[in-house]
Design a protein around this ligand. Sequence first.
Ligand SMILES: [Mg+2]
Length: 122
Amino acid sequence: MTTILVVDDSETIRIQLKTDLTKENYQVIEAYNGLNGLEMLHQNEDIELIICDVNMPEMDGLSMCEEIHKEEKFNTIPIIMLTTQCSSDMKKRGKENGVIAWITKPHKPKTLLGGIKKILSR
Ligand SMILES: [Mg+2]
């Protein structure tokens, strides 16, 4: 079973993603901000994909990606950004730090699930 880390400060979004992903037989680990996301990453060795929000308290999603990118152990894990943000500067910063897909909220579950499948089959 593929394990996916979902990092979002909105509980509503986390529940929605967990519901959608669990239906597709993915195992979901949740984190409520970037710092918590890093903690979860260190505690769970089998995370194969990260879905991440940008705007979060304490540590935002892009800062979390930068931290992940510094660690050899984690910097090959693909990251999907799922956010209301869409500035090209942010996308560029993401791309430099492991973000391989950028999906704008509100998203269609089908689009996200299709993207996940594509990324995991590479
Ligand atoms: Mg947020």
